[in-house]
Design a protein. Sequence first.
Length: 561
Amino acid sequence: MPQLPYPTSRDVIIGGSDDEDDDGSDDDSLPDIFAVHKRPSPVPTPRRENPCVTPKAKRTAMEFHSSPLTIMPKHKYDMKALISHARKDDAAEASAQRLTALRDRDREEEESKDIAAALRDHILESHDGNDEEGARSKMKLVRALERAEVANAEKRFYFFDLKESDSSAVSRTPFPKTAAKGVWSFLRDPKERQSNFIVGQPHVIQSRKQNLPDEIFLWILDELASERSNQLQDAYVNLLGQCPQQVHRLLGQERLISLFSNLGATQDIKDLSSPINFIEEASQPYAGRDWSCLRATLAFITRAAADLDANSLTVAMKILLRLAMDTSLMDGNYIRTAYQLAVQALIPNVAGSAWDKFCEEACTSLHNAVQDPSMLYLPLAYMDPSVPRVHELRKRMATAYFFDDLTRVNLQPGAFSIRAVIDRLRADEFIVDAQTKYHELHALIKLLDWAVDDGSRWSYDTPASQAQFDAEIDELSKIFKIMLSRMNPNDKGIHTLRIDTKTTIEWVLDRLVHSIRTKPRPKVSILDASDKEDPFLPKQQEYMKKFLLPKKEKKVAEVGS
């Protein structure tokens, strides 16, 4: 049995205790105690810095084990995917082409059908209405569609037939060989005839001899409608221009009408006092038509205007006015220019004694042809007002058409008044609302602008008359501002027509204020004293007097009141 240890006494000194005098204190043993559990620090290996090698990072990513399988490189563009995309693009393009072809075929088929009737049938078929109430609603829908068809059916005027006759099938007048005698015998040979006309030999002979036979003159007139060579056309026009006697004798009303009838004009030209016929608008009127013969005919009228008599001048002007209503024809720049040159040549050659009659007959003929303002203003719009006579004719005709009174065509310039214009603007045609026909309103405003012209302000020579004239101009300006304020973008009508009408009204308004007014409009400042008396001013002054009174006097005033 092991022996139990005896308990130690308190007075016993334990060896190795904290005794200052002891040489073997525990201070010496501390390093040994910590040295037992301390790991030896490794000796740092010197780094060899290589300037050509990128230094290693302090932290390195964990290394994954590489796969033993071979890694296939993945390219940026896959050839199979590219081929697939290309095939899809080709298929989409082919589908789009097939769709376009189907649309074109459907469009061609729809042009030959009645579009309005087809649309009506489709809407009626899709409309459910088997009961009595549905039948009534269907009838309302039918009536609404009929009204829409009437409103949207657009008619156009075409001066020439839309179907061009084959020039080779038209029988041309043979050359009158029997009339080619003497100095004109060289024209008998058909092989040399055209070359002689081109070099100008007949023109030289006619300028010297003035003896061109009438048969050859009439043959050349007929050739203007069928000859396609520009050189021959110019040669014919130059030769006819050297025949003043034949022009005066032979170029009457029937011959002028036949000139345009040979070009393919409609039957409307045969009666210049009857209304014209409107037909449905064609998608491509006059497609591929050669207008060189028309240009040559207009050039001949320009050259022959000085030799026409009064009746022939009037007939030629009536024909040109109807020609200018064909907008499809006048869209061509050279036809419009030829028309302007012909008008500028005809009007100045009218004698002064026949001027009023000329204006009246021209105005009446056009008004008998059509009463729509949007058609009446077209021939006037194509006129060049730089020629004084042309400017006056346009003003006279615009005045008659604006007031819808043909008697105004021969009124003296001083008889025109702004007050009459203001009264005319109170008519129903100038009321701007949801049912406004902007194409007619635009035409009426243009006619108004040409009719007003300078306003005849030169006739107001006294301060009182000038002040009255300016007041009427201001009143007219207010009417235009009211019309502009009522032009709602949601109104019925094509958006472009509404914009054109609004722009025209604004332009006329600016011209009235800045050009026609005798004096500039006075500038009004907020600091200037107003000419009008304020009816509320005395009441306000009385209120301020009571407000500034002392309290005692204010009470007395309140009691007294």
